[in-house]
Design a protein around this ligand. Structure first.
Ligand code: 1GP
Length: 250
């Protein structure tokens, strides 16, 4: 079954090609700052807001950030949880994700078992996603105990992605790690895209128009950026990234 937010994402991708999502890390912002980012990102063409980080924001702060963002923009808010504590009943949807290259069963299925009843109780739309950490992997790789896939092994990334699809996941996410020195290379994106039919999300280290253009041209359906937006004038930076993505469609 496809829920409302998933349908929205699929229709956006269908009509626009690659889309951009803004990631807000609740640990790094106050609620008013999150609102400003969301409002400006929306004006510049972002399609949804993801909220989550790899470490330790309190659930109360997470709730407050999401409530504030939802009061400010009508863009869907999708949780990007690093653990059960990343669930907020105020979000529209949650990436219900498994870290496919973790060596720790907790990140493969343990946290999901603990979180599922809460997601059901709070009626948050779960969107099934296979999460794959590649390259440096950053904090997410360390916390998630991932055996990161080297950039020069695109066929390994493709095998992980295909396994995720065969297990029934609706989206696949190639994650280079927040603030990665180098985004996921085009060859890897291309290899994965050639093997899967479900939409491909790519994030980590995308900072410029040309990087967004390269990632979109290689086959990403969704591009996620966080860091670069936190550290720049939001409106012009998101506009630059979205412009790069649009150029890939030309
Ligand atoms: C991190 O993929 C996201 O989980 C976004 O990464 O913060 O480097 O944009 P950046």
């Amino acid at each position: 079954m496809v829920g409302r937010i998933e349908k929205y994402l699929l229709e956006k991708i269908e009509s626009e090609g690659t889309i951009h999502i803004t990631l807000i890390d609740p640990e790094k912002v106050t609620s008013p700052q999150a609102c400003r980012v969301a409002r400006k990102a929306k004006l510049s063409g972002t399609s949804a807001i993801m909220v989550g980080g790899s470490t330790f924001a309190s659930t109360m702060h997470l709730d407050n950030v999401i409530k504030a963002v939802k009061r400010t923009v009508n863009t869907p808010v999708i949780l990007f949880p690093n653990n059960v504590s990343g669930i907020s009943r105020y979000a529209d949807a949650i990436w219900f994700m498994s870290l496919l290259n973790s060596v720790d069963p907790y990140f493969l299925i343990g946290a999901q078992i603990l979180g599922a009843p809460l997601v059901e109780k709070c009626r948050i739309e779960p969107i099934s996603m296979g999460y794959i950490i590649v390259g440096d992997g950053g904090t997410a790789g360390v916390i998630g105990k991932a055996v990161s896939i080297p950039y020069d092994k695109p066929e390994l990334a493709a095998a992980h992605a295909l396994a995720g699809q065969y297990l029934g996941m609706h989206f696949i996410y190639l994650e280079a790690g927040s603030g990665a020195r180098r985004p996921v290379p085009s060859e890897m994106i291309h290899a994965v895209k050639n093997h899967i039919d479900v939409p491909l999300i790519v994030g980590g280290g995308i900072k410029s128009r040309s990087q967004a253009l390269a990632v979109a041209s290689a086959g990403a359906d969704i591009i996620v950026t966080g860091n670069v937006i936190e550290n720049a004038e939001v409106r012009s930076k998101v506009a630059e990234l979205v412009e790069g993505i649009r150029h890939s469609r030309a």
